[in-house]
Structures are given as C-alpha cells and as structure tokens.
Design a protein around this ligand. Structure first.
Ligand code: SF4
Length: 439
C-alpha cells in the first residue's frame, strides 16, 4: 500500500485525540485482558469480532494473526477502532468495570494491530481469497456498508465494482468523521485495503446520472445500494439561505476535504442540534480556535441523543450547551450574520451557524431501481436479516436502512454479502472471512 499525498485541509490542524499505542503500551494493555469466555465485549460488538482472541495475539506477539482475526469479522476494523463509540459498545461491556479497574482500551488495541498490518503492507494478504468466479456485483456508494459488502464478495471470488459519485471514496469515514478521531488519510488507507482485495472503485461516477440503474442491473448479477444519507435537514426559518448559515455535514465535508477552506474572521459560532453530529461539529470549531462555541439544543441535556461522554469532552474543550434553545430568526448587520434569535428572546452571538438537526433518509438522487421501495421516512425498504429489497437482485445496507454507526453499516454489508452468495448459489466455506463474527 503506497503512501498517499493528501492536500492540506483545515482538519490538519486538529490532532488525533487517541494516538496509536507504542509497542510497550499495547503489550501492557493486552496483558490486562482477562480473555473471558463468552466475553461480553464480543456480544456488544455489532460485528462480533473475537476481541479476547485478537488481544491475546497481541500479547503473544502474533500481530498478523491479530489483524487477521479483526479483519475477518470486520473488514473496516481500522476505522471502527478509531470511530466506534466503544464506551457504549465493547469497552462499555468489559468486565473490568465491575472490578473497579479501567476497562480495556479495545479500540486502541484494535487500531494498533491493523495499523501494523498497514505499515507492513500485508493487510490484504492476511485474508484468503478464492479464485474468480463468473459473477459480477455492483455496489452503489463507497461508504462503509458498500466497502464491506464489496470486500467480502471479492474474497469469495466475485468481480466487484463500487460506483461513487464523489471524488473520494470512503463515504462518511472520509467526509464526516471528526478529525480528532480520524483524518481523511486513515479512511483512504482502508479504501486501499478493499481495492487490494480485488475490488474496482470508480469515483466521480454517479448512478442515475452517469450510468443508469438498468445498465447496472443488466451487467451485474446483483447490486448493493449503500448510498448513505441525503442533504442536511433545514430549520425552515427566515434567513437560512443567507451567508453564515450552513448544514453541519456539508461544512464538515469541506473542513476535511477542501484544500484552502478557512474560517475567515469567525469569532463566535452556534451549532444547532443535540445529536452526535452536532457535538462533533461544536468540538471541531473549538479545536479550530473559535473562542465562543454554543451548542443550541431545543430541549434539555437529559434527553439529548448525543453521547454524554462526547458532550463532556466538548465541555472540556470549551463548548457551552444552551438548553431550551429554539432558533426563531437570524440577526444580521446588513448581510453579515451576527447572531441567532431564540424563541424566548435570547440572542446567541454568531458569525457562523451550523445546522445539525439530521439529514434526509436517503439522497434525493438515490437511483430508482425497479421494485425498490422507500418507506414513509424516505429510507429504503429491505429485509432486516439480508438487506434484500423488493427487487430480488438488489440489496441495501448502512444508513439508508436506518443504521447510524460505521460498525452497523459494516455488519449490514457483511450480511448482504452472505445473502448475495446464497441468492446466487455460491457456496461459502464455514471458515471464510464473511462467516466470522455475528451472523
Ligand atoms: Fe478482555 Fe474485557 Fe473483553 Fe473480558 S470483557 S475479554 S477483560 S476486553
């Protein structure tokens, strides 16, 4: 895997908040694991990684085996190690918490093992790949669900092509992850791993515009739709189209991927919302040196959907929470934004407002495949166990089905890969990578 030149973007100024373990740190942490039978951490992992198994391999200096264990159950185990909310998943279930000792840093150990494989350049070689069969698969969108589905199918011998409308693959791992968790180069390393498994990734190709759904159906044995979410939801109040008011995910994408994008003259910012995207955006603004960052939430802290531990970090970094804050209008001096007026009469100073109250359930451009239906909220309808849609050749997974974590998207992709094999009559060995972890 070759080193990649990444153009300098604003995220470069935001450091990694959990740097890679040194060898000594990894060994010390791995040796604290109790290697539990029926380990609760494994149950809590949506992909079912054999966590005590990979940690024991770190402790016994079998780093290749450790990475193989992780990547079998979760091909995107690198990004999951960096972005998963481990506090409420694997580490949150660790038995150490019942003994009054710190829980095992599972995410950091997982990152260590996979990063070593990336550094050696042998990550793709750790997994057994079958010879090519005669079947072709198209994956639409290059986010975690599609990359996982594509990678697992490539290992089983399928010829897989991923179609991505953006210039960069990786989906939200590339365009949306908070920089203190992972920069763009980390996400692209993982895209390279999937390519090294034999997957063709075509970026700058939008299905529905550059290639028709029918052409994909005609030329492939199955199609996987991992198209993610749509545009940022708007507040729907006057002045929202004016300068200084931006959708949060659109802003984060520019921060991460647009060379030269800058925060000219911003001294005060307001992020509207109470979810994890809102907290991430507020923390990013604080990291970038904005002195006054307010998180404006319409209700009270106890009912916020964002993680309490992320909000706690945000507060340490200078983010202030404003409860019962319902934006009513924008305050301007001429065209220049100066604040947000709330329904109760308070005014929050702001040169920049990020709106983080959700996204459309599927991109407006989601290609219309015959037989694929949308639900009442705009997401796609599919069988929960397999991801199969109303069109027997079309499967779906990830955010477009309502999942909200990278790790659940990976599991969706893995399940769909298994279902595609079953639908196309391709036998899968019990010890194949796609059979590892939770069914
Ligand atoms: Fe190790 Fe904790 Fe998992 Fe037990 S629950 S295997 S101690 S990480």
């Amino acid at each position: 895997m070759s080193a990649r030149a990444i153009p300098l973007t604003l995220e470069a100024g935001i450091p990694d908040h959990k740097p890679t373990f040194s060898e000594a740190q990894a060994l010390a942490e791995a040796n604290r694991c109790l290697y539990c039978h029926d380990a609760p951490c494994v149950v809590a992992c949506p992909t079912g990684i054999d966590i005590p198994g990979f940690i024991r391999k770190i402790a016994t200096d079998n780093l290749k085996g450790s990475a193989r264990t992780i990547l079998s159950a979760n091909l995107l185990g690198y990004s999951c190690a960096r972005v998963c909310p481990v506090e409420v998943l694997c580490a949150g279930a660790c038995v150490h918490q019942h003994q009054g000792t710190p829980t095992i840093a599972i995410g950091r150990l997982q990152r260590y093992a996979v990063e070593k494989a990336f550094e050696r350049g042998d990550a793709a070689q750790l997994l057994r790949r079958k010879p090519l069969n005669e079947k072709k698969i198209a994956c639409v969108g290059a986010g975690p669900a599609s990359l996982a589905c594509a990678g697992y199918l490539a290992l089983e011998g399928f010829a897989v092509t991923v179609y991505e409308g953006r210039a960069l693959a990786g989906g939200l791992n590339t365009t949306g992850v908070a920089p203190y968790k992972m920069h763009v180069d980390g996400a692209l390393r993982e895209v390279d791993l999937v390519k090294d498994l034999g997957v063709t990734v075509k970026t700058g190709v939008t299905v529905g515009k550059d290639i028709t759904p029918q052409a994909l159906l005609d030329n492939h044995d199955a199609v996987f739709l991992g198209v993610g979410l749509g545009a940022d939801t708007r507040l729907g109040i006057d002045g929202e189209d004016g300068a200084g008011v931006v959708g949060a995910t659109a802003w984060i994408e520019r921060l991460k991927t647009e060379p030269g994008f800058a925060l000219d003259g911003v001294k005060a910012a307001v992020v509207v919302g109470g979810g994890n995207t809102a907290i991430d955006a507020a923390r990013e603004l604080a990291h970038l040196g904005i002195r006054d960052v307010a998180l404006a939430y319409r209700r009270t802290e106890d009912v916020m959907s964002g993680y309490a531990h992320e909000l706690a970090h945000g507060r340490e970094e200078g983010v202030r929470l404003v409860e019962n804050a319902v934006p009513q209008s924008f305050v301007r001096d001429g065209a220049k934004l100066t604040g947000v007026a709330l329904a109760d009469g308070r005014v929050l100073p702001a040169d920049l407002v990020l709106v983080a109250i959700g996204q459309a359930k599927a991109p407006e451009s989601v290609p219309a495949f015959p037989g694929v239906q949308r639900d009442a909220k705009g997401g796609l309808v599919a069988d929960a166990a397999t991801g199969r849609t109303g069109n027997p050749k079309v499967f779906a997974g990830g955010d477009v089905l309502g999942g909200e974590l990278v790790v659940t998207a990976v599991q969706d992709g893995k399940r769909a890969a298994r279902a595609i094999c079953a639908a196309l009559g391709v036998a899968v060995d019990p010890d194949a990578p796609m059979m590892a972890g939770h069914v």
